[in-house]
Every structure is written in C-alpha cells, then in structure tokens.
Design a protein around this ligand. Structure first.
Ligand SMILES: NC(=O)c1ccc[n+]([C@@H]2O[C@H](COP(=O)([O-])OP(=O)(O)OC[C@H]3O[C@@H](n4cnc5c(N)ncnc54)[C@H](O)[C@@H]3O)[C@@H](O)[C@H]2O)c1
Length: 265
C-alpha cells in the first residue's frame, strides 16, 4: 500500500509574491517554478541550462547564471528586482552530483571537489548574500535551501555531496538565527529519492527504480511536485513559526533502519 501522489490542486495564493529559484530549469527546481506560477507568483528561474529553460512554461522568466559566480548571482537578483520590485522567496536549489564524484575520498579529483563546493555550497551563500539586503529592506522574506537525506546520513562513495549537503543544513541554521528578528525565515528541505534527471542518471547503478523505491517505507520514490508542495507550505504564513530548521520529505527513508528490520519490505 502506498500513499497517493499529489493531485496538482492549487493550495496557496501567492499573487503579488516574487520567487527566485536557482536550478529551476529541470527537476525539483522546475517543479517549484511551476507550482509557484500556478499559485499566482512572479517566478524567476536562474540556471546554466538555457536549452532546458527554453522548455519552461510561459510566465516563468529565465535569467542565465551560474550560482558559483558572484557576478551572476548579483545579476539574477538585480533582474528579479528590476522586473518585479523585490524578492519574497529565494530557493537555493541548484546543485550537481556528477557521476565521477561517486568515488571514495582518496580517489576524489581536486577539480571536482572544488566545483561541487563552488556550486552546492558557495553558490547558496552567494545568492543569499545578494538577496538578503532586499529582504532586510522590506523586513520579510523566506529562504529555502535544498539539502538532502544525505545531509543527515551517509553512504559510501559520496565524499563531497554528503558533507556539502550537511553544510547546507548549517547555512540554514546560521542565517535563520542571524536574521530572525528582521522578518526573514530560513528553512531547508531534505528530499529522499526524487524522480529527476539527477537521480535518473544513477538509478541503474543503485539497482534500478524498483529496488530504490523498495528502500523507502512508502514503497516508491518521490515526485518533484511533492518537494514543491513542501516549499509552498514552508514559504507560507502557515509556517511563520518555522525557521533555522530542516524538513525531511523522504517517504520515511530517513527513519528506517534497514539493518535492524527483520521483516523485508
Ligand atoms: N533528486 C533527488 O532525489 C534529490 C535528493 C536529495 C536532494 N536533492 C537536491 O535537490 C536539488 C535539485 O536536484 P534535482 O534532482 O532536481 O537536480 P537536476 O540535476 O535534475 O536539476 C538541477 C538543475 O540545476 C541546474 N544547475 C546546475 N548547476 C548550476 C549552476 N552552477 N548554476 C545554476 N544552475 C545550475 C541544472 O542545469 C538543472 O536545471 C539539488 O540541490 C539536489 O542536491 C535532490
């Protein structure tokens, strides 16, 4: 028995709000852009993949930019502010996990480590650095950092991705504490295994989708729209008392101690 997937209902009215999403051209970021567009928001997507961005639905504005470059982050923030007057929600979502990074740490190539730190960690800080002054001026805003189940637990062959995702949790705590009295909330979301291009690239090596799905107590992998739904809620007034913390959206994966369970799922 599995739980139902989302129905695509529009639960929030974000008319008049402006959201900037990094890595919004594909996968989870794209689902976030689409959900926010449906909820009435002005949506700006920053990404390095202009081909994928060309497939975004009408109404989502695209600004080319590499989150590891400070000028690009400054430019994306300026673009959103010039187009829409402000930024109410920033989603730090762009991250990479190249196949070549699945090695033990003693085989980790220095250039790959540097690139993953630059995109998955520094990129989050750079976009926040340039967005927070806008949010401070209006004394409100929400920043959502996309972390991962791998921020909380680890596995073999993720010597960069896992530790850097754990650092995303601490960015969330640190900025959340820093700006709490200025109306700015900072939260992170830690997805389990979600059906996106990033994951589809490695599912085969992890035993295929059925095998990976079976490791989740809910018996399936997640859909990008289910992460978008969490972001909608966490960025809403309903979540006004939630800051400097993380929400795992993982079908029960993180709570399940496979080693201790005598009953096969
Ligand atoms: N899919 C999962 O199962 C899963 C699980 C846990 C966490 N996450 C996290 O969710 C986020 C999104 O993952 P996804 O699976 O949708 O990834 P994806 O690879 O499918 O999409 C990532 C998007 O980010 C863009 N991007 C990459 N580098 C960029 C850069 N330097 N600047 C701007 N854009 C850039 C890509 O072009 C792409 O559009 C990531 O932070 C990832 O670590 C994903």
């Amino acid at each position: 028995m599995t739980t139902q997937r989302p129905t695509g209902r529009v639960l929030y009215d974000n008319t008049g709000r402006v959201i900037l999403v990094s890595g919004g051209a594909m996968g989870i970021g794209r689902a976030i852009c689409e959900a926010w567009l449906k909820s009435g928001a002005s949506v700006v997507c920053m990404d390095v993949d202009d081909e994928a961005a060309a497939e975004l639905p009408d109404g989502i504005e695209f600004v080319y930019g590499d989150t590891s470059k400070e000028d690009d982050c400054r430019n994306a923030v300026a673009f959103a502010v010039e187009s829409h007057g402000t930024i109410d929600v920033l989603v730090n979502n762009a991250a990479i996990q190249p196949k070549a990074s699945y090695v033990p740490v003693h085989e980790m190539a220095q250039e790959l480590w540097d690139r993953m730190v630059a995109v998955n960690f520094t990129g989050y800080t750079l976009l926040a650095k340039h967005t927070i002054p806008i949010m401070r001026k209006q004394q409100s805003g929400v920043i959502v950092n996309m972390a991962s189940g791998q921020a909380h637990r680890t596995a073999r062959q993720v010597p960069a991705y896992g530790p850097i995702k754990a650092a995303n949790l601490h960015q969330t705590r640190q900025w959340g504490v820093e700006y709490a009295r200025e109306g700015i909330r900072v939260v992170s979301v830690s997805p389990g295994c979600i059906n996106t291009p990033m994951v589809r690239a490695t599912l085969a090596e992890q035993g295929g989708e059925a095998q990976v799905a079976n490791r989740h107590p809910l018996g399936r992998i997640g859909q990008p729209e289910e992460i978008a739904a969490a972001v909608l809620w966490l960025s809403s007034a309903d979540a006004a008392f939630i800051t400097a913390t993380d929400l795992e959206v993982d079908g029960g994966l993180g709570a399940f101690a496979a080693f201790a369970d005598p009953y096969p799922m």
